[in-house]
Write a protein that binds this ligand. Structure first.
Ligand code: ANZ
Ligand code: ZN
Length: 849
């Protein structure tokens, strides 16, 4: 490469920035201009891939842009450092070499060191003074504090949940430690270490009661309008709020069989959850989940039921399966006796684990009824069209297939003729055994993990007092030294495990489960913002954090759309209610960046040969080229493919910028001193005017592009401006002032994306008429201001040009052949404004521009 020397330039400015603390956030920022820009902190895998480069280039460019605009900026970085992979890596290293002194901690620290070096090589402007690692006892003690606060507030529960159990290792396995062997119907789950088939065991586990916040978590999504709609939808579905009714059916268990000592039939009121109370007259059987208490009791009485419950039930199976029982249920609407089945499509953790089955109007119930010859009855008919005949039951044949829409009731006694919704309302009022209720798909957050490399749950189990919280003064409960054992190493750490009860002083044992690492990442943003000073007294200093919070722009992968982002929202709301944090929502703006694909269009992987290690690009082309490529290829949300030509092109742009600045600096002797615009001693030519105006237009358009995080557009506009300035320099009698200002604009607006080369170019421009001595670093220089009105005609034509490009973009990606329709759908007002402006501009009175 015969362009600038990227190795020299990058090393020089990385050192200079560090020495000058350029990226350190101020301690008391102006709340009005405080910009908190945060990239999801990386898991400490030890390696950076192109996806990381893209993620962190996005936040770095945006943070640098806001800083140049004069805002106070917080752009911190830390390490999501707990987790099973480090534990596995340590075990693997010891298996290779029994004398190896590798434990999860030393392994993780090494990963952190190498990732930090890689960030430095990329020129990431992080405020390292606020660095944190979740495996620091100084950090995780606050996870323990949080657990205790939540427990005191009634937000923590302990209950049984099924876990994976290896009978050979005699230990609980994390989901990630369970491997699937064989395929399809023969697939079995085995232990990752010994290949023994795993079993399910019910164990006591700790839960955070996120369901307490289900409504608020759902309702507040509406106000997060700077979040991608897809993420909000995924959270809505995850929370899954359904309005419906709880309705009791009287289930009778044969006399003398239920063990209560008398011979009379016993009646049990069993509650079913339904969204379709309007169909109750068509409920022709009742069904229980295999682990419903009445199903388990029936299994005691009947071997066929027992066999089904223990061996056949498979909720994931395609065909609904089930078995008849000796019980009957009374339909409270019709008084009819209907059979009770145990069926695997009734899920025990949905609703009440019991179901009123309506084969005429529900597909699974229909399939089951057809299989078991149960009556299928139509009770809803399609609603009549506005001007058509009344509801006609003959329009559909429910014997063939279930009719699942709302409609008008038929065969439903006094309710016949009512519309579905009206019928639901009336039935809830009329039936004494029915009541409106709301169901959620969301379950409480199980935070217990049976593994070593995580935050110890701060509980002591006392035979007399039960589970007792470790007092705050005794926090942190630090991890003991790593024991390479099968199962959870903490179970084997006898000395650590055996302790005394904080309440009664008697012998007791520590909880050996550690916390889900999603706890670690649920509040780290607040600690970054809350300054280090508070670290020993509180998880963060709420006053210091206040001007920064909420995070203005949070950027990370879409794989975190639900769990991480939902847990962090929950924890923020709970901390707020406990008086520790003054926000309703932690992340105001959210960007989920797309993937970097290999040149074959498949997801880039380290192991596959379609991957390109960022270090190679940095070595061959420089960090700035890697950043410009990662940012210029597409808008942040979109996937893009690795493209060697694209990399070359970006490097050439940077070379042209560097050369332009050097030319201007070299010819500076000829330029009139102190001029800032096209005011040479000759009159400005139309070309001078045109170029000067284009420079201003570029400032406008690039500023708007950065504001919208459209770095791809910013780069496109910079590229065009650089070409224009080069032509102006080479082909016209360029005005030195116009050219110099152009160069200084290019260097400043490109600096957020390609910071090192722009520092070098900026340094060349120092002392010239235009750059003056306005700043040591371009990283802290003032953003260029627009000097002349870019008149309406230009604005309109550029607007139209950009509109046209947008449309082309949309059409290309969506493969749609009617662009006009698409734009109108996407942004009606905006489109009509554009049309009006454009018509004005071209003197058109109604034709299409
Ligand atoms: C009667 C009925 C008639 C239903 C009908 C649907 C259609 P969504 O709408 O997806 O939220 N259900 C209730 N508890 C269940 C359980 N434990 N396992 C499996 N299914 C269960 O689901 C609500 C519907 O799911 C409920 O409304 C119930 O079937 C079923 F024409 O009740 B429905
Ligand atoms: Zn005790």
């Amino acid at each position: 490469n015969d362009g600038y020397d990227h190795e020299r330039v990058e090393r020089e400015y990385q050192t200079a920035w560090r020495d000058a603390d350029v990226f350190e956030a101020p301690d008391d920022p102006d709340p009005a201009s405080a910009a908190y820009v945060l990239a999801m902190f990386p898991y400490t895998s030890g390696e950076l891939h192109m996806g990381h480069v893209r993620n962190y280039a996005i936040t770095d460019a945006y943070a640098r842009f806001r800083r140049l605009q004069g805002d106070d900026v917080l752009h911190p970085m830390g390490w999501d450092a707990f987790g099973l992979p480090a534990e596995n890596a340590a075990l693997a290293a010891r298996e290779d070499d029994p004398d190896a002194d590798v434990d999860p901690e030393s392994y993780t620290r090494e990963c952190i060191a190498s990732m930090k070096a890689a960030f430095e090589d990329l020129g990431m402007g992080f405020d390292w003074s606020r660095e944190l690692a979740t495996c620091d006892p100084d950090y995780y003690r606050w996870n323990q504090w949080l657990f205790t606060e939540f427990r005191d507030a009634g937000l923590v529960d302990r209950r049984e949940r099924a876990v994976n159990w290896c009978p050979d290792c005699e230990t609980v396995l994390a989901d990630e430690q369970v491997e699937e062997v064989g395929g399809g119907a023969n697939a079995t789950e085995v232990c990752w270490r010994c290949d023994t088939g795993i079993e399910e065991r019910d164990l006591e586990q700790w839960f955070f009661r996120i369901t307490e916040y289900a409504d608020e978590l759902l309702d507040d999504l509406d106000a997060l309008d700077d979040w991608p709609a897809s993420v909000r939808d995924q959270q809505r579905n995850w929370i899954g709020r359904t309005e419906g009714a709880a309705v009791d059916f009287a289930v009778s268990v044969p006399g003398g069989e239920d063990g209560d000592g008398d011979d009379a039939d016993d009646e049990h009121a069993v509650t079913a959850f339904t969204t379709r109370l309007d169909t109750i007259h068509g409920a022709t059987f009742f069904a229980l989940a295999p682990d419903h208490p009445l199903a388990e009791a029936a299994a005691e009485r009947d071997p066929a039921v027992r066999e089904f419950v223990e061996e056949v039930a498979d909720p994931e199976g395609d065909e609904p399966q089930g078995v008849a029982t000796d019980m009957t249920a009374t339909n409270p609407a019709t008084g009819e006796e209907i059979p009770v089945y145990v069926a695997d499509f009734v899920l025990s953790d949905v609703g009440t684990g019991a179901l009123m089955a309506v084969p005429g109007h529900d597909e699974r119930d229909h399939a089951f009824a057809s299989e078991h010859d149960l009556p299928i009855r139509q009770v809803v008919a399609p609603a009549p069209d506005d001007d058509a005949e009344p509801a006609d039951a003959d329009d559909v044949d429910v014997q063939e297939a279930a009719f699942t829409d709302d409609g008008v009731l038929v065969n439903s006694g006094e309710y016949s003729g009512l519309e579905s919704q009206a019928a639901r309302d009336a039935l809830v009022d009329d039936l004494p055994s029915a009541a409106s209720t709301t169901q959620y798909r969301l379950r409480d957050w199980g935070v217990s993990r049976q593994r070593y490399w995580g935050t110890p749950i701060p509980i002591v189990h006392c035979p007399d007092c039960g589970p007792v919280s470790v007092p705050e003064d005794d926090l942190p409960v630090e991890l003991p030294e790593f024991v390479a054992s099968t199962g959870n190493p903490l179970d084997a750490a006898d000395e650590w495990r055996e302790t005394t009860c904080p309440d009664c002083g008697g012998p007791a044992e520590r909880e050996t489960d550690t916390m889900d690492t999603f706890v670690d990442s649920s509040w780290y943003y607040a600690r970054f913002a809350g300054g280090e000073d508070a670290a020993d007294a509180a998880p963060f200093d709420a006053d210091a954090a206040a001007p920064w919070l909420p995070v203005d722009e949070y950027v990370g992968g879409s794989e975190h759309a639900v769990m991480h982002l939902l847990y962090a929202r929950f924890v923020a709301k709970a901390l707020r209610d406990l008086g520790h944090l003054d926000v309703d929502e932690p992340f105001e703006g959210l960007t989920t960046q797309g993937m970097v694909l290999g040149s074959d269009g498949a997801k880039m992987s380290k192991s596959g040969d379609n991957g390109v290690a960022p270090e190679r690009i940095v070595r061959e082309y420089g960090a700035d080229t890697a950043r410009a490529f990662a940012l210029g290829a597409a808008e942040p949300e979109r996937d893009f493919a690795w493209d060697p030509d694209g990399v070359e092109r970006r490097r050439r742009l940077l070379d042209r910028v560097h050369a332009l600045a050097e030319d201007v600096a070299a010819s500076e002797g000829d330029a009139p001193a102190g001029v800032d615009a096209a005011t040479a001693d000759r009159d400005p030519s139309p070309t001078d005017e045109y170029v000067a105006r284009e420079v201003d237009a570029a400032v406008e358009s690039v500023t708007a592009a950065y504001d919208a995080m459209r770095f791809d557009r910013a780069l496109r506009d910079v590229d065009a401006l650089v070409s224009l300035l080069a032509r102006y320099r080479d082909e016209a009698a360029a005005d030195a002032g116009v050219l110099a200002r152009g160069a200084s604009v290019v260097v400043r607006v490109l600096a957020p994306v390609a910071p090192h080369v722009c520092e070098d170019a900026w340094s060349a421009l120092q002392g010239t008429a235009v750059a003056g001595d306005s700043g040591e670093f371009v990283a802290t220089a003032p953003w260029p201001v627009v000097e002349r009105d870019v008149d309406d005609h230009d604005a309109a034509s550029r607007f139209v040009e950009r509109t046209r490009e947008d449309v082309r973009d949309i059409v290309d990606t969506a493969g749609i052949d009617d662009p006009e329709r698409i734009v109108v759908v996407v942004a009606p007002e905006w489109t009509y404004d554009a049309l009006a402006l454009a018509r004005d501009a071209v003197g058109d009175d109604g034709g299409r521009p």
